[in-house]
Design a protein around this ligand. Structure first.
Ligand SMILES: Cc1ncc(COP(=O)(O)O)c(C=O)c1O
Length: 503
């Protein structure tokens, strides 16, 4: 999961804590890169030693030595995101049922939360659904031709290099990729103008590819890729004292003096460019360790984060263990002569020995070709493709010709396509070990407030299948080692449960 980029790891014991640590890391990196402390902000708590002297308790209120206040740092995130139930993790997402007044009266929502385009299989076709404001921008810019918002296979949705290189027909229209970039830039600029010096966007945090608790939504990977690129390239306002305050600046889309030599793929982004913008956190608590078929959600985006959080499948879900991975440059932001510079975060159980032992065993199992029938191994290059052919599968394979380290597509493509035509189904997302079905809402309520999936889950339980309702979404989740045949049985039971008259 951290291969090729992460050099350091902070162990803890649950996903929410891994997120808290990630936020601390990202903000420290941002503060160091942008010299916010040197510029007049101060660490009020370490200076005064009296927490009661701060007014209101927010970062923006830090005062004392240095002659100025440090702006409050906020995150860029996505609507329907979820990062856990500790206070910082709840504040790093948009208002949701999980952070409402009844859950936490402390919620303030410290961020700019963008509404992303989503993708689902509907009536046999993979369709991109643009949010309303982006739809309007697309119409105004004559962007997003039909070919770009509908795909024949999941592999096409994830073919990011091809989608990024797509030329606008006739040179008149914007591509979806350029629409995404300009829309994101516009929203960041607007936010920064509204906030002035009070607040800065100090980190990007997202669940790569699949938003879990938010409804198993498949976010268009092209959008997330564009988001990472834009957030990394954004230049903060001219330093305090020079006008105008808090304006964001972006290099132009193509090569310019600012980003010359920066490949779009951020894997090898030169440090000066990377550090101009926000540190990027991938919340892989749900998506990591083959949940989505690849080692991580980030691998599907083709871009490395600066910080990533892992838990859940890291121990096979058996015992609690979490990890926050970081680049060396993030670690370096905590170096210094004083102990106060260190990452002062501690728990009774960090890297608990039993959790670590379970983690080692789980990773062994996932990658043992004799135990995991789904893994495309270095010992058997192209195994997942061969297996697909043997089983008469087609279409949605990963298309590898070398060991790809991914899982065989688990859900039978024809059965999933049939499900996507079901009159009660609005859309289907089969991805790695997850199969999510969004139902047409029969109770008028949408999203998590709906009870549409509850009856289907009850019927599944009667035949020994434990699905989970997320409002109008019902989803099945198997292990990275579950055989394709077993997934076919589950799919059949789900189709039967959907056929039963609505309760
Ligand atoms: C994406 C994501 N982030 C963070 C968390 C929080 O993890 P934990 O429940 O271990 O605190 C979850 C839990 O479901 C999650 O799905």
């Amino acid at each position: 999961v951290g291969s090729g980029w992460a050099a350091r790891v902070f162990y803890s014991d649950n996903g929410s804590t891994a997120i808290e640590v990630a936020l601390k890391m990202a903000f420290r990196k941002y503060i160091a890169d942008h010299q916010l402390l040197e510029e007049g902000g101060s660490d009020a708590n370490s200076n005064s030693g009296d927490s009661s002297s701060s007014s209101g308790g927010s970062a923006s209120s830090s005062s004392g030595g240095g002659g100025g206040s440090m702006p409050e740092l906020a995150v860029v995130g996505l609507q329907e995101g979820y990062h856990g139930d500790t206070l910082g993790a709840m504040d790093a997402v948009a208002p949701s049922p999980f952070n409402g007044r009844l859950q936490t009266p402390w919620y303030t929502g410290r961020g700019l939360f963008l509404d992303p385009p989503t993708v689902a299989l509907q009536q046999g076709a993979w369709r991109v659904r643009l949010p309303a404001d982006m739809q309007a921008a697309a119409v105004a810019a004559a962007a997003a031709p039909a070919a770009e918002v509908q795909f024949g296979s999941q592999a096409e949705v994830f073919a990011l290099p091809q989608r990024m290189a797509a030329a606008a027909p006739g040179g008149q229209q914007q591509t979806l990729y350029s629409l995404y970039r300009s829309h994101i830039q516009q929203q960041l600029e607007q936010y920064s103008q509204q906030q002035g010096q009070r607040r800065r966007l100090g980190a990007l945090i997202l669940e790569p590819v699949l938003q879990g608790a938010g409804g198993m939504r498949l976010v268009d990977p092209l959008y997330q890729r564009a988001l990472v690129e834009v957030c990394r390239q954004v230049h903060p306002s001219p330093r305090r004292g020079s006008a105008p305050a808090a304006q964001l600046q972006f290099p132009t889309t193509n090569a310019s003096a600012d980003n010359a030599g920066c490949p779009w793929c951020c894997l090898a982004l030169p440090a000066p460019c990377r550090e101009a913008g926000m540190p990027v956190i991938f919340d892989e608590v749900f998506t990591g360790f083959w949940r989505l078929g690849a080692t991580s959600g980030g691998a599907l985006l083709g871009v490395h984060p600066d910080i990533a959080c892992c838990a859940k499948l890291m121990t096979g879900g058996l015992v609690p263990l979490a990890a926050t991975l970081a680049r060396e440059a993030v670690f370096a932001a905590f170096e210094g002569d004083s102990k106060m510079n260190a990452l002062l975060h501690g728990h009774s159980y960090t890297a608990h020995a039993v959790g670590c032992a379970a983690g080692v065993a789980a990773l062994r199992l996932y990658r043992d070709p004799l135990i995991n029938p789904n893994w495309c191994t270095p010992e058997a290059p192209g195994r997942c493709q061969q297996q697909l052919q043997q089983q008469g599968g087609g279409g949605g394979g990963c298309g590898c010709s070398a060991p790809c380290g991914r899982l065989l597509p688990l859900w039978d493509e024809a059965a999933v396509a049939a499900l996507s035509w079901h009159p009660r189904v609005q859309g289907v997302v089969p991805l790695g070990t997850v199969l999510a079905v969004q139902l047409c809402s029969e109770d008028g309520a949408g999203g998590y407030a709906s009870n549409a999936a509850a009856a289907v889950v009850r019927r599944l339980r009667q035949v020994g299948v434990f699905g989970r309702p997320l409002g109008d979404v019902v989803y099945l989740m198997v292990t990275p080692m579950t055989e394709r045949q077993q997934c076919a049985d589950l799919l059949g039971k789900l189709a039967t449960a959907l056929d039963a008259p609505a309760a």
